[in-house]
Design a protein. Sequence first.
Length: 355
Amino acid sequence: MPKLRPIAFVLPQFHPIPENDKWWGKGFTEWTNVKKAKPLFKGHYQPHVPTDLGYYDLREPDARMAQAHLAQKYGIHGFCYYHYWFNGKRLLNYPVDEILRLQEPNMPFMLCWANENWTRRWDGLDKEILIEQKYSVEDDKNHMRWLCENVFKDERYIRVDNKPVFVIYRHQLFPNIKETVSVWKDIAINEYGYEGLYLCITESFHDNTPPHKIDFDAAIEFSPHTVMMEKKKPSFWDKIFNKNPNLDIKDYQLGVDRIISRVLPNHKLFRCVTPGWDNSARKGNNGIIGINNSPKIYYEWLNYIVKIFKPYSKDENFIFINAMNEWAEGNHLEPCVKYGTYYLEATKKAIENNE
């Protein structure tokens, strides 16, 4: 059986950019929200405080190296960096640009295009838009040419059958996704000589479209959305949340139980796990908060997924972890004051148990 390749999603939001300075205030990064978070009820774990890597700045080569070395130490094969493209304008691109320029760290990687609007509400919808995502055939061409010229050629870039892997976060937002795929493949193959593209969609917002029906190769579970579906029982609300009736409290344990019992589709699906979820650092009382998460339950979930997963080929052997560093969503493998390296240790143990 081919060895598994665990891939962790990485958010590049941990450095200032002019746009965020304008929209959120000078010097804003994801750490701004993380640091100001407060517990909203007794026993609520906030703020999440980083330990081993500290409040890093991803403009710094040492920070990127330390992040990659930590992941590799605990069995992570590669990173899936979120990629932000708005009709030729890229945001939060500095870390990946420097990784390409300096050729370090020596960490395999792929990109996931987070193709939605940036909004003041952090929801990707069409209210209070900060920068809008627009689609056109011309933009499809420009985007793929930029990727082929600048990213896919990197020797560290992750491939399947020598085809660069490219992930789309929300395929349903495209006006004609099959036309986009056709344009992309034509450019990659006929203009740049690639053997093809290996395209993945995510099951974001509970979308279960069979990938082959839109000319994609595989789907990826989007576990943060999937695990946060089980509301905590009313008795729990009555006891603790009288002062915060707007809080949306989910039960991580119940969500994991439901995911483990999922009937799998016939198409290619790469499974995904999530350490936890709590976006109250961004949204305060309007956040979604998962409770009952722990390294132990995370380990049981990942161990189960790894145990039952049969790679589709020698290269189609991915297990995704979402995420390495979504600190403002309470969703991170990186060590914090409460859990230390327990989530990383659980990751390594689950992978090694099933090799």
